[in-house]
Design a protein around this ligand. Structure first.
Ligand code: ADP
Ligand code: MG
Length: 248
């Protein structure tokens, strides 16, 4: 049944069962390159579990997850990262005692760069890339600052930067604006709208105002299954979605 696709991510009939409880139940979902998809749904719907399955933290009971036509379900977490899948967890995992620059430097993929380049060329290349990513995440003026001194929102951006510097083709973010100020949410929407160019971005989010600012398409999960999918307008006006999620 499964065939070659142009999708960056093609999930087909994915199920995970925890002691008989199906947290994700026969899920099929397709994400294009340059697409920013948002997954919404009530607590316990299985949203985080979907990300756990894609990044290999949780093993699927059955079904398929293809990333650029390569099956991920039999790869390790490490192999999935190397294949080009980046995932940001809800709590930022940055090195508090290192500077912004050093946090980005540590995340720069090793073994990349021009083959045979001299050490100083490599250093210049890495530094240029760090400055580019720092500008993307609104931290170009804070490169020397210790990460511990950043605001909560800036820490979230730094972690996004630590993923961006690896240039993943699929970037996944679990509730990226939780705890952010209104201004930081606006900036994050701007950031996500920029970084979905040339890759696919999958975001889990509750803040519907934020979802409206970023989503190309919305998938509504409920009890491990898709309740609705389509434009923000379409899902917002879907009576089933209003009943189980938006009505509360
Ligand atoms: P969401 O992110 O949509 O709030 P989750 O994906 O975290 O939901 O959880 C979906 C359901 O699966 C919940 O009932 C949760 O308790 C259960 N679940 C998630 N991970 C595990 C696990 N590793 N073992 C057992 N149950 C789990
Ligand atoms: Mg969750």
């Amino acid at each position: 049944m499964s065939s070659e696709t142009d999708f960056t991510l093609a999930i087909e009939d994915l199920t995970v069962s925890f002691d008989g409880f199906k947290a994700v139940n026969g899920l099929s979902m397709y994400i294009d390159r340059n697409e920013l998809r948002v997954v919404i749904g009530p607590n316990g719907a299985g949203k985080t579990t979907v990300l756990d399955l894609i990044c290999g933290k949780t093993k699927a009971t059955s079904g398929s997850i293809k990333f650029k036509n390569h099956e991920l379900t039999n790869l390790s977490e490490h192999q999935i990262v190397r294949a080009g899948v980046g995932r940001k967890f809800q709590t930022p995992s940055i090195y508090e005692n290192l500077s912004v620059f050093e946090n980005l430097e540590i995340s720069y993929p090793k073994g990349r760069g021009v083959f045979g380049s001299l050490a100083f060329e490599r250093t210049a290349e890495v530094e240029a890339r760090i400055r580019e990513v720092a500008a993307d995440i609104f931290l170009e003026d804070s490169l020397e600052m210790e990460a511990a001194l950043l605001s909560h929102g800036q820490k979230q951006w730094l972690e996004i930067g630590m993923l961006l510097i690896q240039d993943p083709e699929l970037l996944m973010l679990d509730e990226p604006v939780a705890g952010m100020s209104v201004r930081e949410r606006e900036q994050t929407a701007d950031l996500l709208n920029r970084i979905c160019q040339g890759r696919s971005v999958l975001v889990i989010e509750h803040d519907m105002e934020f979802v409206a600012r970023i989503a190309h398409k919305v998938t509504v999960l409920h009890q491990g299954m898709i309740l609705a999918e389509g434009s923000m307008d379409k899902v917002q006006n879907d009576p089933k979605v209003i009943e189980v999620y938006l009505g509360h």
